[in-house]
Write a protein that binds this ligand. Structure first.
Ligand code: KIV
Length: 268
């Protein structure tokens, strides 16, 4: 495993044809585990709103909430590149706002880059963020902050006109200076075309195997969430049912008087 991952490392991995493994994390112990297990990129996604804070979607997430989680993840990381999501309305209202909020995620939170959603409309903001030395990751396809306009969590780019627009957006983002591009819920063929046309790496989630890397929400991979997994998620463990069995057993043993046992008490 090579040393500290930087934005330059990701470009190098694409050049060499080595796939990039990215995951989300929202707390310090998970960040430590993910880092030690070899993830190249750790994203503190605004998915924290749904995964950890109980919101219905990502829209209510605030910069202070992001900062709280980014700081915790920072404390757990050694090797992986730490990317922080810019939450809804933290960059859309103007460049000054975007710079101040991204600056906080880097300066106070310890993020090494930020991610923001959108195509050519956000290109001017990306250029300004680069001017203050904040590396930016782009995000196209299903952009959850646009959920009301998109009308649901659906695959994007199925129509030829949408696909064409996404390719143009991807090229504009690359020209604006993003160091990598997340493609979320995009048909595999379109993701492959975008990946071929860009010299920066694409990181797919529900975008097929031809992207330069993959990202998943760590709770999905570990089977920590409720309900069946989404089509594009592979569950590598079933930690929710394991945890639930453990808690049920604990409750039973407390009620039966079997816990604490002789090994769990101070006799003197
Ligand atoms: O918020 C998030 O977790 C994300 C990833 C799913 C890419 O944006």
């Amino acid at each position: 495993m090579p040393g500290k991952v930087t934005t330059a490392t990701l470009l190098e991995l694409k050049r060499k044809g080595v796939k990039i493994a990215a995951l989300t994390a929202y707390d310090c112990p998970t960040a430590r585990m993910v880092d030690a297990s070899g993830a190249d990129v750790v994203l503190v996604g605004d998915s924290v709103g749904m995964v950890k804070l109980g919101y219905e979607n990502t829209l209510p997430v605030t910069v202070p909430e992001m900062l709280h989680h980014v700081k915790a993840v920072r404390r757990g990381l050694g090797r992986a590149l730490l990317v922080a999501d810019m939450p809804y309305l933290s960059y859309e209202l103007g460049v000054a706002d975007a710079l101040a909020n991204a600056g906080r995620l880097v300066k106070e939170g310890g993020a090494e880059a930020v991610k923001l959603e959108g195509g050519m409309d956000v290109a001017p903001i990306i250029k300004e963020l680069l001017r203050i030395n904040v590396p930016v990751m782009g995000h196209l396809g299903l952009t959850p902050q646009a959920i009301h306009r998109l009308g649901g969590y659906k695959v994007q780019g199925r129509k030829a006109s949408e696909a064409e627009r996404m390719v143009t957006d991807a090229k504009v983002l690359e020209a604006s200076g993003v160091f990598a591009l997340v493609l979320e819920c995009v048909p595999s063929g379109l993701a492959r075309e975008i990946t071929r046309k860009l010299s920066i790496p694409t990181i797919g989630i529900g975008a097929g195997p031809r992207c330069d890397g993959q990202i998943l929400v760590v709770d999905d991979l570990l089977g920590l969430g409720e309900g069946p997994p989404l089509t594009f998620v592979k569950r590598y463990a079933e930690l929710r049912s394991l945890s639930s069995q453990a808690v049920t057993q604990y409750c039973q043993e407390v009620r039966d008087g079997r816990f604490p046992g002789p090994d769990h008490e101070f006799s003197k």
